[in-house]
Design a protein around this ligand. Structure first.
Ligand SMILES: Nc1ncnc2c1ncn2[C@@H]1O[C@H](COP(=O)(O)OP(=O)(O)OP(=O)(O)O)[C@@H](O)[C@H]1O
Length: 603
């Protein structure tokens, strides 16, 4: 038993997250590898800033030295400069915006990949701790919140501080007497924005949680639509939806109030500052302390300062939400998979090197226990069982007895929290889960198909299978219905295989499992939607097609395992009897009761 296996009791580990600034982590990751593009972008933005700052000064010159002095030469020359400056500004601004979009979209794509890759490694317990709706929001909405912010920062916010400083200095050069107005306006706006951000950060975090909650309700209601209708639960479910929706609305409204207050404040302060500059400027010009061009330039710089502050305030409005989203993305990526894909040394020893040859292995469960995170009692307790090659083992028990948990241990979807599982004597946790799984065909209870065609679903079992091999596997799994389907192997499979019946889905899953011709079959309730004759035909077909394989079938149905070489009866997470159908009918009360209830006669 490795530390790795034990970690399944602590599915979510996010120790790094709290110590780092999530946005700067993600932005650094996005910018550092593409530094050449970033350098080009910086050059464009630098040129855009300089050209923007040059315009009011040139404007002042054309007014004071050209128009007022009646010097047409200066008017043409400075006018020419202004034209060039405006054209350069246009080109570099366009280039900078394009590069901003490129960099932020690339970051979003990479983030989606990294979240997806990490989710694929999480154990079932870890994934269910986050919850599917939250995982979906994190991979989509949260990523796009961060993307929107990076775009805004690069496209507009990154130049705003330079414009602020540059315009303030140049406005002082042009009309220093007006500086008190500019400084007071700047202080009021900065204080307002600071307050705004402080209010928005907690609301933004809450908003993302409320979106998760609403997604959860929608998802449950969509997947459980039939049950809701069958039990006339529409009103209750509508109320649940409305509650989640109202919760989201309340937080969104709280954020909206602050956002609503911000823009008029910025506009009001800007308006008052402009009026004050114009009024004071007029007085200064009257006294001969200032020239008209200088006042125009100072007003121009004041506008640039106010636009920069407004831009920063709009971007500041996006920061809290993006910051909460970045933390949620990093939380996923920092979550160490509780099954890490390698043995104690960090490297898989290799199944073959570990004594597990190409043939089907002997799998030994030695006092195996498993406790779900947070559960009061273990789901499995001291399970000892040997699964032999060329033999079929049935695991039978009532509902919640622990069958699915036991079967999930074999492909290392979870690892034991006590005891060990050995493959030909070597601890299974010494091998990479992918390697262990490459030897196994696993069918989970509630078989899932994915959107695509029948062929793409089957080839999940073996990507290089030919069409003939697909038909062969379908025949073995009694899935002849595919021949009658329009398109045959290319017939469409809708999401979750909803255009197939439960029995058809199970037969397709069995065909997929058979296609791999694995060393080990781990089948969890594989026949629950099939009639007994079909079930028996498939059991025989699996054994004939894969004579050396180790087969394990977990079920509540005696008929599914009555011909198994050994049957383990499981009750409340413990094996209470092991034998054959005949011996258990004689020796095990639990088994006999199951057989009686299902009207299965002795052999
Ligand atoms: N993800 C989980 N988190 C916490 N407890 C779980 C989880 N999955 C199963 N359990 C608990 O573990 C116990 C065994 O469940 P398991 O699904 O293995 O039983 P089962 O025999 O396959 O049941 P069934 O035949 O009804 O599918 C149950 O008490 C169940 O509530």
């Amino acid at each position: 038993m490795t530390d790795t296996g034990r970690a399944s009791a602590h599915p979510v580990q996010d120790t790094h997250t709290a110590r780092r600034r999530p946005l700067s982590v993600l932005f650094t990751e996005a910018l550092a590898p593409r530094w050449r593009l970033v350098a080009l972008f910086a050059l464009c933005q630098l040129a855009a800033t300089f050209t923007a700052l040059a315009q009011p000064a040139l404007n002042a010159r054309i007014i004071d030295d050209g128009i007022m002095a009646g010097d047409t030469g200066t008017i043409y020359r400075v006018g020419g400069y202004m034209l060039i400056v405006a054209l350069v500004n246009l080109v570099v601004s366009l280039a900078a915006t394009y590069l901003s979009a490129h960099i932020s979209a690339s970051m979003a794509r990479e983030l989606r990949i990294s979240v997806r890759d990490r989710v694929a490694l999480l154990s079932d317990a870890q994934a269910s701790r986050f919850g599917v709706p939250s995982l979906l929001t994190r991979a989509t909405g949260d990523v796009s919140n961060v993307q929107v912010l990076l775009f805004a920062v690069l496209a507009v916010a990154v130049t705003a501080p330079f414009i602020l400083v540059g315009a303030t200095v140049l406005s002082l050069v042009q009309g220093w007497r007006l500086s008190p107005v500019i400084i007071v306006a700047g202080i009021i706006l900065s204080a307002g924005i600071g307050l705004f951000i402080r209010q928005l950060i907690p609301a933004a975090t809450l908003l993302q949680k409320r979106i998760d909650a609403l997604n959860r309700v929608i998802r449950e209601q969509l997947s459980g639509q039939r049950v809701i209708r069958a039990f006339s639960r529409e009103r209750t479910e509508l109320a649940r939806y409305e509650e989640a929706n109202t919760d989201l609305f309340t937080v969104a409204l709280r954020m909206g109030r602050w956002q609503t207050a911000l823009l008029p404040t910025v506009t009001l302060v800007s308006g008052l500052a402009t009026v004050a500059v114009s009024a004071l400027g007029a007085i200064f010009i009257d006294h001969g302390w200032m020239r008209i061009g200088q006042l125009t330039a100072t007003s121009g710089y004041l506008m640039q300062i106010l636009v920069a502050v407004s831009t920063l305030s709009v971007v500041a409005g996006v920061i809290p939400r993006a910051s909460a989203s970045a933390a949620r993305i990093i939380e996923i990526r920092d979550c160490e998979p509780s099954i890490d894909g390698a043995g104690p040394g960090g490297q898989s020893a290799g199944l073959t090197a570990g004594g597990v040859t190409d043939r089907a292995p002997l799998i030994d469960l030695d006092r195996v226990g498993f406790r779900y995170a947070g559960a009061e009692s273990p789901a499995l307790d001291s399970i000892s069982l040997t699964l032999r090659p060329q033999s079929t083992t049935g695991i039978i028990g009532g509902t919640a007895s622990g069958k699915s948990t036991l079967l999930a241990l074999l492909p290392r979807l979870i690892d034991p929290t006590a005891g060990s599982i050995r493959w030909n004597g070597a601890d299974a946790t010494d091998f990479a889960p992918t390697e262990v799984r490459s030897r196994i065909s696993y069918i989970s209870a509630g078989t899932s198909l994915i959107t695509g065609t029948i062929a793409t679903n089957l080839r999940i079992g073996r990507t290089d299978a030919t069409d003939d091999e697909l038909w062969q596997a379908l025949d073995l799994a009694s899935a002849g219905f595919v021949r009658e389907r329009d398109g045959g192997l290319d017939a469409q499979v809708t999401p979750a295989g909803r255009n197939f019946s439960g029995g058809q889905r199970q037969r397709l899953a069995l065909a997929r499992a058979l296609l791999r011709r694995p060393d080990v079959f781990v089948l969890d309730e594989p026949f629950s939607a099939l009639d007994t004759d079909t079930e028996q035909a498939i059991v025989r077909a699996i054994r004939t097609a894969c004579p050396t394989s180790t087969i394990v079938i977990g079920t509540q149905r005696v008929s599914s395992i009555r011909n198994a070489d050994q049957i383990a009866v499981i009750e409340a997470g413990r094996i209470v009897a092991v034998g054959t159908h005949r011996s258990l009918l004689a020796d095990s009360t639990v088994y006999r009761e199951l057989a009686d209830a299902q009207a299965v006669a002795g052999v």
